[in-house]
Design a protein around this ligand. Structure first.
Ligand code: SF4
Ligand code: SF4
Ligand code: SF4
Length: 415
């Protein structure tokens, strides 16, 4: 086993210690840079701008689903696939009029905005659609607008033309890839049952040839039949260094334990790897959270209520398409009410307050300053609001205990 690329260093204990120190130094440097950039923006805005710069801090991410839940794949764990209740046969693409309304309204309440283009498969909307979106963003931008575009795709439609477009327009790309072929293809299939792995890897090759960076999102479930070593080794061997590991929501409870064990083992492998550029989003964010820094994960940074989703018909929801069966979380439609009206309205405030109040077990939990009660959706499926904790609570506790014990131990080791 030690012959694989993950174990290029011999003295694991020493390396883990060094690696953690390097990571901390890296985060400290990054935090200092971000802080000084932030302070300089503040200074300039205070000097040059009126209160309009400080638009209501209501929204930082808007997820748009231009073809809604339509997809060219039929993954077995997908909420949008024909096997699931929410599957939609709607073939429409969001109209330009709707797109314009969404972009205008979002940009009128936030100067600092991430547009996430999601699905189903968002590339089914075609390049023309995104060209229009960019034009509209430009049209409605003020001098102080800061915009990021992120697309989350299954990558099977990612041609050279798309890559050039995304590269030219600075889109960030997230690709779904569950690991080696046998694992990926066992879940992520075309309706014909053919696996999508080869097409995804072809797109990844194209991205690398075009020097376009991207991240990978993997769903971990107990039917993966793959050890954490084999899993991480696959990504490292393929130079895939920016990785998110999400739990699968459609398997039985025991996957909570499986997910926790898997992530804890990944933590050691990550530290042992000796590969500086290897980033596992959850683990990286936990280290940042231990250091008291901001991080990228919504439930660790308490930003859930600033993330909304607008679907192809203009309905406004919390972030995730999995809310679809819960009609009480449809906050309205952009055709009838402005985003600002919805986000400051009673229904949305109730949602925000409900999930902002931690369940008893979370308020008594030693990890609540980091975990913050977990993901809002995972709380909903566990009974909701004030009573239900996150479905993956047990996994978070195990991961947080493991990572923090190791973190403290390594941190206090003498050089
Ligand atoms: S690619 Fe995404 S949206 Fe499409 S079936 Fe798979 S999980 Fe669902
Ligand atoms: S670990 Fe569990 S109990 Fe603790 S804050 Fe998170 S969800 Fe709540
Ligand atoms: S529902 Fe969960 S995944 Fe979605 S924004 Fe909120 S915390 Fe994040």
């Amino acid at each position: 086993m030690k012959t694989n690329v993950l174990y290029k260093n011999a003295n694991q204990h020493k390396n883990q210690h060094q690696r953690l120190k390097e990571l901390i130094a890296h985060h400290q440097e990054q935090e200092a840079d971000e802080l000084s950039a932030f302070l300089s923006i503040k200074r300039n805005s205070a000097l040059t701008e009126s209160a309009s710069f400080r638009k209501a801090d209501l929204l930082n991410t808007i997820i748009i689903t231009p073809v809604d839940y339509r997809c060219n794949l039929n993954c077995d764990y997908c909420f949008n696939s024909p096997g699931h209740k929410a599957f939609s046969k709607n073939k429409a693409i969001m109209s330009e009029q709707m797109l314009s309304k969404i972009i205008w309204q979002a940009m009128s309440i936030s100067n600092n905005l991430v547009f996430v283009w999601h699905g189903g498969e968002p590339l089914l909307a075609g390049i023309d659609f995104y060209e229009k979106a960019l034009k509209l963003q430009k049209k409605y931008a003020s001098t102080y607008s800061r915009i990021r575009n992120v697309v989350q795709t299954n990558a099977t439609l990612l041609t050279e033309k798309w890559i050039n477009f995304f590269k030219k327009n600075n889109f960030e790309i997230g690709i779904s890839l569950d690991g080696p072929k046998k694992i990926h293809d066992s879940h992520r299939k075309y309706p014909s049952q053919k696996g999508s792995f080869n097409n995804v890897m072809r797109a990844i090759k194209r991205l690398n040839l075009n020097n376009k960076s991207f991240g990978v999102i993997s769903v971990i479930n107990k039917n993966n039949f793959c050890s954490p070593e084999e899993f991480l080794d696959f990504f490292v061997k393929n130079n895939l260094h920016n990785l998110s590991v999400n739990p699968d929501l459609y398997v039985t409870n025991s996957s909570v334990e499986y997910y926790a064990d898997f992530v804890c083992q990944l933590f050691d492998l990550w530290l042992d790897s000796g590969i500086d550029e290897l980033k596992i989003n959850l683990l990286d964010s936990l280290i940042k959270a231990f250091l008291g820094y901001r991080n990228d994960i919504c439930w660790l940074n308490g930003n859930c209520h600033k993330i909304i989703r607008v679907d192809q018909e203009g309905s406004i929801w919390p972030c995730c398409d999995r809310y679809l069966p819960y009609k009480e979380y449809n906050f309205g439609n952009i055709e009838q009410n402005s985003l600002k009206y919805v986000l400051t309205g009673r229904k949305y405030q109730k949602f925000k307050n409900n999930f902002g109040t931690l369940p008893k077990r979370c308020s008594e939990c030693k990890w609540n300053h980091i975990c913050r009660g977990g993901c809002t959706y995972h709380r909903l499926i566990n009974g909701g609001g004030k009573d239900g904790g996150d479905h993956f609570c047990q996994a978070y506790q195990q991961i947080l205990n493991y990572v923090s014990t190791k973190y403290n131990h390594l941190l206090h080791q003498q050089n």
